[in-house]
Design a binder for this molecule. Sequence first.
Ligand SMILES: Cc1cc2nc3c(=O)[nH]c(=O)nc-3n(C[C@H](O)[C@H](O)[C@H](O)COP(=O)(O)OP(=O)(O)OC[C@H]3O[C@@H](n4cnc5c(N)ncnc54)[C@H](O)[C@@H]3O)c2cc1C
Length: 416
Amino acid sequence: MKVCVLGAGVAGMTSAYFLWRAGHEVTVIERNAGVGLETSYANGGQLSYSYVAPLAGPGVLPKLPPWLMRRDSPLRFSPRLDFFQWRFCVQFVLACTTAQSEETTARLLRLSFYSRRLMHEMVRNEQLDFDYVKNGKLVFYSDEAAYQGAVATMDYQRSLGCEQQALDRDGCVAIEPALSHIAHEIAGGIYTPSEDAGDCYHFCTSLERVMREGPNPVKFELDTQVTALVRSGNSIASVETNRHPVAADCYVVTLGTHSVFLLRPIGIDAPIYPLKGYSLTLPIENARAAPQVSITDHKRKVVYARLGEELRVAGLADITNYRADPDPARTDVLARQVRETFPRSVDFGHMKTWCGLRPATPKGTPVLGRTKYSNLLLNIGHGALGFTLACGCGKIVADLADGRAPGISLDGFTLR
Ligand SMILES: Cc1cc2nc3c(=O)[nH]c(=O)nc-3n(C[C@H](O)[C@H](O)[C@H](O)COP(=O)(O)OP(=O)(O)OC[C@H]3O[C@@H](n4cnc5c(N)ncnc54)[C@H](O)[C@@H]3O)c2cc1C
């Protein structure tokens, strides 16, 4: 079967990979000159299979007013005359209940554990070069109430299959000695030994190489902008691009945040809005002062991952618009936090800055699977977890394209 994958971010690349491994003739269409150059480029690098609780949770609502007043807050809102922005905000607030948050967490754990198994198989079976490490993750908390809340969540997550340990201050420093100089600020932490990390962009380029060099190679149409999906009755006949039309038997939409602009004209309303985030990539100068395990600073909502000889730092969520244009003030917020948390660990003189648009849904669940068009599949809306969930989501759409039942239930992930 001829399958056309629209978009070459991590969702598109893993979809193409599983379709290609299933023996299909795959074409990937991407508007950039290379793969993985948008939101999948310099993300936090966390393969965070056990930390999937959505941003929308009961603890978030009381924090919103102080967050929205502070310039350096992890969340910033720039109101616009945009129906979809306001709809996202209303639906987000409505999702901030304990019941919804627990339901979403259970659904995402099902998907993330499936993804972890497939990622481990892929790493075993393919020659991939993306600074992949199985180094575990420590989330540390600066206030006692937040720590106790995390311990309660850990008990809930244990019932769903997560293996995590609650650590006191000394336990946190024993796991990650680079935290020793801010030990007095740490109330406790949750350590998950089974978490991985890697460079998402190099993961995408490695997959591209594998798919180009293998038998029946995948065709990459780069520098090609998809402009429309052309309907014929209840199926898609072709896609229009700025170069030439492309026809296939099946189409998979993996265009991240921009999916909505091609889906709305054909009557599909996916509840996705961009949450702009930032990252820094810094060469490690003093290996002992930089973290070895992946770290989340819960209070500041910043993640740290060691990728080869560099430290990747990511965080912040701005509800603003569809442009991935960086605001230097927000980059400064992140840089200041690195200076405070891991001083003298990295070379700020060679800092690379980046921002990207998380394709977020109000509840935090991606949108997967079939649509009202018989040959159109979706793999979009992964928010802050696109790298973590990529393998599971890619395999799911490949199974659906083949008419096979997916490996896990899609309850909660499909468009109603
Ligand atoms: C700061 C930050 C930190 C993050 N940290 C993590 C993390 O630690 N772990 C994790 O799991 N996730 C993380 N994420 C989330 C993750 O990066 C995203 O969920 C993921 O990259 C989304 O992948 P995607 O393929 O859906 O989108 P994209 O990577 O944006 O890919 C979509 C592709 O479609 C192409 N495209 C769009 N429109 C068109 C068109 N009309 N024609 C042709 N091509 C088009 C784009 O050029 C792009 O290449 C983070 C995100 C951010 C912003």
